[in-house]
Write a protein that binds this ligand. Structure first.
Ligand SMILES: [Zn+2]
Length: 114
């Protein structure tokens, strides 16, 4: 899962690096607002946790797909067609990721009045 938001100065994407798996724990770790530095314009952004969006990390999905194809090919020589079951690993990974992303994006923290 990739967390990102947009820079208020140059509208470029800012990646948020955290181990938090949902918005609630993101808020617990960093508070209501996160100070994020834009890599493009070096501008500082103060973003509310609700402004952070989650998206599937395609790079790790492709890695999982690559590994499973490799494992399938190797296992093919030993166990035959049943080895194609290992192709379900990236599907399972994708399912878990999309559930986590849906959970992250659908849960919003209550904004406190300023
Ligand atoms: Zn920027």
């Amino acid at each position: 899962m990739k967390l990102y938001t947009y820079c208020k100065h140059c509208k470029e994407e800012i990646n948020v690096t955290t181990k938090a798996s949902d918005r609630g724990s993101l808020q617990m770790k960093h508070g209501d607002h996160l100070d994020l530095k834009c890599e493009e314009c070096n501008g500082m952004n103060n973003k509310h946790v609700n402004d952070i969006k989650a998206e599937i990390k395609y790079s790790s999905l492709f890695v999982a797909l690559g590994i499973s194809i490799l494992v399938t090919l190797i296992l093919w020589f030993f166990i035959g067609a049943i080895s194609t079951l290992s192709l379900s690993i990236p599907l399972l990974y994708w399912k878990i990721q999309s559930d986590t992303i849906h959970k992250f994006n659908s849960y919003m923290v209550r904004r406190k009045p300023i």
